[in-house]
Design a protein around this ligand. Structure first.
Ligand code: ZN
Length: 362
């Protein structure tokens, strides 16, 4: 397998980051979040109580966390989607689970995501593959990096800020936090499913960017003094208030079902900006995104935005399958899906994020 073509000053690449990019940095895959939430010693375990009860009562997960196997847990996006469906339709899930309790379980699941990601990424490696990639792109093309992320975590956010010497990326949505509004931009980061650091008021639509206490969020960003504390908005959410209207704000974490109704106007803007970025790019690099067939919204976005790209301009960086590293893409499940969507000539690199960086931009 030849290496990918080097980036040149004519290139206007867009990087698409999937869960595999986070996994390569020691973070959780989505499917690992629920098992980890009950096995890692996440802070404020009492906040996990509502989602724990739901898993026990509605999914027959064993009562005692120590007796559970990873395979006992349903996938997190499915749980969130079912909760959203029931809440939106004002259904109860049995006599014990009315809308109010389902909302509590939703908030508790959001805290599980926050707690697990904070815990698993609290001591990031000194080498950040994301930062390295963004810097190399800027060196080769002369322009700041542009990325579309499907992840809630803040690895790409931190890397953009690091590669931009303390400047924030453009997020493609209307963030009201002064520290963000007044700062300079460097690069673009479009997070299609929301983000751990975004706090949204459903009443007046104010969107804020929160800062975490652990330092994992924006160690080096400038002007973060007026940003709301992210930890508080997850840990004491009933007491936190929107700065404009006083409603308790919510984190922005979109699931496959809620994505389609676009009730959060900020998220529809992010999707629109992502389409614009794709239309403008002449190279597309997917890192750790397995292109599942049921991600129709994402495939639709790619088809509408990146339809002009010939397959050779599309690179897919994927982990090798355990028993046959680097086997041809026809035999690699993910490679076959990309080939079926974009054509035979795609540049398929099943050598992992780190392996690809090492081979292509040491
Ligand atoms: Zn508000």
């Amino acid at each position: 397998m030849p290496p990918s073509a080097p980036f040149t000053p004519e290139d206007r690449p867009v990087i698409v980051l999937g869960a595999g990019a986070t996994k390569a940095c020691g973070g959780p895959l989505t499917g690992e979040i629920l098992p980890r939430a009950f096995g890692l010693g996440v802070q404020h375990a009492e906040l996990l109580e509502p989602i724990d009860r739901l898993l026990i009562e509605k999914f027959n997960v064993p009562e005692n966390a120590a007796d559970r196997r990873e395979s006992d847990y349903p996938p997190l996006p499915l749980v969130l989607s079912l909760l959203d469906m029931a809440i939106d339709r004002r259904h109860a899930l049995g006599p014990q689970w009315d809308s109010a309790r389902l909302r509590e379980a939703r908030a508790s699941a959001e805290y599980a995501v926050f707690g697990v990601i904070e815990r698993m990424l609290e001591h990031p490696d000194s080498f950040s593959p994301h930062t390295h990639l963004f810097r190399r792109i800027t060196q080769a093309t002369g322009a700041p990096a542009r990325a579309i992320s499907l992840n809630y975590d803040l690895l790409a956010d931190n890397a953009m800020i690091e590669a931009g010497d303390g400047r924030y990326p453009e997020y493609g949505c209307d963030i009201a936090t002064g520290a963000y509004k007044e700062s300079e931009r460097h690069g673009e980061l479009l997070k299609l499913h929301g983000s751990l650091n975004l706090i949204y008021c459903p009443t007046c639509h104010r969107l804020d960017m929160g800062i975490g206490r652990s330092g994992y969020t924006y160690k080096i960003a400038r002007n973060t003094f007026d940003a709301p504390a992210l930890d508080e908005s997850f840990e004491r959410r009933r007491e936190t208030k929107c700065r404009d209207c006083g409603t308790p704000p919510r984190p922005v974490m979109i699931t496959p079902t809620t994505m389609k109704d676009y009730r959060n106007p900020h998220i529809s803007r992010v999707w629109y900006q992502a389409q614009r970025a794709l239309r403008d790019c002449n190279r597309l690099v997917f890192i750790g995104y397995s292109l599942p067939w049921d991600d129709t919204d994402v495939i639709y976005l790619l088809k509408r935005g990146a339809g002009h790209l010939p397959p050779e301009r599309i690179t897919i960086v994927e982990h090798g399958e355990p028993h046959a590293p680097g086997k041809p893409r026809d035999e690699h499940e993910v490679g076959r899906r990309y080939q079926a969507i974009f054509g035979r000539g795609v540049d398929f690199q099943p050598i992992g994020f780190l392996g690809w960086l090492h081979a292509n931009m040491p």
